[in-house]
Design a protein around this ligand. Structure first.
Ligand code: UT7
Length: 334
């Protein structure tokens, strides 16, 4: 098990492989209208979500789904598991507190010895994992990395709360990134503010001394002020994308795609309008996946690749937002 060779020259990673996993079981808006007082019309109008994939909770746990997405990304890249130097996984709903989800992904792909760890940053977690892997790569310490996002959000949904249960789904997405001397440096911005932390929270259930505390168990499911999160997203995402274009001196009109966190079609449409960009540049999967948190961006990229929409050299902005509050944006060359 040799340590990866250290290289003096700075190299940035290019995405060379993509993979995803979505559970077979679908939950439609009509199904939801049998659970809470809602309707297909209301959900479609306010969110653009029609269906979401729901995991078989005994089998399709985040470590399992992440492992399959990673295997598919390796196959797509034509890279063998033993070539991977680093696995970074983003997951807000892990099935084990430890070992990390990354260690389970390592086991699933059949690697032994590479660096493995998770990052925690809610929905922007996959971008945080991507940027972490890029920093390892640009320091000359790794050449090939797997960046994974995997979630079983349906375990944390309060199925009596119509304000949240309509939004979330389960799934995983992964990318292989490989050091490439022709790549420009990784360009990113990440922000957080804890001033509005309470508008999107989920308490850890494993605090038995608090189980009798009034309202505690309810708080171990997603608690969200939807309007606050909506306002935050449509204000801060356009701002961070403009900040990114100013920092790295590129023109938003030259961007081929804006790959945004798939939380709500209305949020994406508002952001497109505020950036003065054609909605055609904002591909979406939210219609049939719902919000799958850290898995949403790699899942969307994988689908675009399968549909033949991704071409080497395309200029892509990726941006995500979520609990913390945290938000991030990247400008990459595909
Ligand atoms: O990864 C980030 C995660 N979070 C998000 O992205 C959430 C961002 N926020 C949103 O997507 C939207 O705020 C929601 C879709 C959650 C809600 O849409 P909204 O337009 O902000 O609705 P609202 O919360 O202002 O509620 C309007 C009305 C309320 O009724 P009253 O008080 O006006 O009588 C709600 O009780 O709609 C009612 N309502 C519903 N009605 C039918 C709330 N949820 C539902 C529902 N079906 N599912």
């Amino acid at each position: 098990m040799a340590a990866t060779e250290y290289r003096e020259e700075q190299m940035t990673g290019r995405i060379t492989g993509l993979g995803s996993y979505l559970p077979e079981k679908l939950l439609t808006n009509d199904d939801l209208s049998g659970i809470v007082e809602t309707s297909d019309e209301w959900i479609m109008e306010r969110t653009g979500i029609k269906t979401r994939h729901i995991a078989d909770h005994m089998k399709e746990v985040p470590s399992y789904m992440g492992g399959i997405a990673a295997q598919r990304a390796l196959e797509d890249a034509g890279v063998s598991a033993s070539e991977i130097d680093l696995i970074v996984t983003a997951c807000s709903t892990p099935d084990k507190m430890f070992p990390s989800m990354a260690c389970y992904v390592q086991k699933a792909i059949g690697n032994d010895g590479c660096m493995c760890f998770d990052v925690s940053s809610a929905c922007p977690g996959w971008l945080v994992a991507f940027n972490t892997a890029q920093c390892f790569m640009e320091s000359g310490n790794i050449r090939k990395a797997l960046v994974v996002g995997t979630e079983c959000l349906s375990n944390y949904v309060d199925w009596t709360d119509r304000g949240t249960c309509i939004l979330f789904g389960d799934g995983a997405g992964a990318a292989v990134i490989e050091a490439d001397e022709t790549m420009p440096a990784n360009k990113f911005i990440m922000h957080a503010t804890s001033n509005k932390a309470e508008c999107l929270t989920c308490e850890s259930r494993m605090q038995p001394d608090r189980w009798e505390e009034e309202g505690f168990l309810k708080n171990t499911y997603f608690q969200m002020d939807g309007r606050d999160v909506f306002r935050f997203a449509v204000t801060e995402v356009p701002k961070i994308i403009k900040e990114l274009s100013a920092k790295y001196e590129f023109d938003l009109n030259d961007v081929d795609y804006f790959i945004l966190h798939q939380a709500n079609a209305r949020i994406i449409e508002t952001i497109a309008k505020r950036l003065g960009q054609d909605i055609e540049k904002f591909p979406m999967t939210v219609y049939d996946t719902g919000n799958i948190s850290t898995a949403s961006i790699p899942n969307l990229l994988d689908r675009m690749k399968k549909e033949g929409k991704l071409k080497k050299g395309q200029k892509i902005v990726m941006s995500s937002f979520g609990a913390g509050l945290t938000w991030a944006a990247n400008y990459i060359e595909y």
